[in-house]
Design a protein around this ligand. Structure first.
Ligand SMILES: [Mn+2]
Length: 323
């Protein structure tokens, strides 16, 4: 790891990137690491793949995000890929990883394919932000500023369902408490992440709940989001992300799945499990992955086709029949 510190201080240019469809953990971790590296080396670029979802605009030093453009031909000495189980989830910015001398992969997805030259993986970590806290503190031996603490706190709270999921460990709380001691404004974080949703997103929830079905002896909650629904309410892509929880939280439900139409024949499937079903394995059947209790896959085919295929696989996994 000493050599990594040396690479950081001597590298002519360094990139920090994460997955498409950014979330709190990907944004918080790349910003936190990017800000910290920026104090050690002035040639650090933090790339964003997609438009920044509005609720994350409050993140400190958000102006440091640079929108990745395909015309970009720069070659990097060192690239950090954070919170990304599979190199293809980098979308078009994958070319950065391909053009870099040393690729560092820091992640907590169980499905991670160890695509880096250096792989720092911890499937027991609640979030990549939790890992970045330790990386800054123990490997870089750098100070954690209030701005960095806020970014890290955002990733930890969003990836743990605000400290509800069982990826929340004693260590998660110890790190969260250190971040609060550094001065993180919890009221500001809570307001921006959880109390500032759009009116349209709540109206959309009404339609979504109308479409929510329970099948397989009440163990599978399945819902669909069509392009038409998305157009009607004109939502940011991230505004539908946590909606899957309504299905998961129903009594008796073991697996919740939301199928979202991204394009005419492209369906984004999100999987959530409440207890024992391993939805990482389920997602992998469809070319995706993630965590045991939260995963996703992008599947080609019509909504009806994808729905049938998924019910078939879930039925095999949980050993229940349709009803
Ligand atoms: Mn994560």
């Amino acid at each position: 790891m000493n050599s990594l510190k040396e690479l950081i201080s001597t590298g002519k240019n360094i990139a920090v990137i994460s997955h498409i469809s950014p979330d709190g953990d990907s944004l918080g971790s790349i910003l936190a690491l990017g800000i910290t590296l920026g104090k050690m080396n002035s040639n650090v670029t933090i790339y964003l793949n997609d438009v920044l979802p509005a609720k994350y605009e409050f993140l400190p030093e958000v102006h440091r995000f640079i929108m990745f453009k395909e015309e970009e031909t720069k070659e990097y000495d060192l690239t950090f890929v954070l919170d990304c189980g599979d190199i293809d989830r980098l979308g078009k910015s994958k070319v950065i990883a391909n053009r870099t001398k040393t690729l560092v992969n820091i992640d907590h997805h169980i499905s991670n394919t160890s695509y880096g030259n250096i792989n720092i993986l911890d499937v027991d970590a609640s979030s990549t932000c939790q890992m970045i806290y330790e990386f800054i503190d123990e490997v870089l031996e750098a100070q954690i500023s209030l701005d960095v603490a806020t970014c890290l706190y955002v990733g930890i709270t969003t990836d743990t369902g605000n400290f509800k999921y069982d990826n929340t460990s004693p260590k998660t709380h110890r790190i969260a408490s250190k971040l609060l001691e550094l001065g993180v404004n919890i009221e500001e974080v809570t307001f921006n992440l959880y109390q500032n949703g759009s009116y349209n997103s709540i109206k959309f929830l009404g339609d979504f709940l109308q479409n929510l079905d329970i099948t397989l002896d009440g163990k599978l909650a399945l819902s669909t989001i069509t392009l038409e629904m998305l157009r009607k309410y004109n939502l940011d892509s991230d505004e539908t992300d946590s909606i899957i929880n309504y299905g998961r939280d129903i009594k008796g439900v073991e697996v919740a799945i939301t199928l979202k139409e991204v394009n005419e024949n492209i369906i984004k499937a999100s999987f959530r499990s409440k207890a024992n079903v391993d939805v990482n394995k389920l997602a992998q059947i469809f070319g995706g992955g993630g965590h045991k209790k939260a995963s996703g896959a992008t599947i080609e085919g019509s909504m009806d086709y994808v729905k049938e295929r998924i019910i078939e696989e879930v039925s095999k996994t949980i050993g229940a029949t349709r009803g």
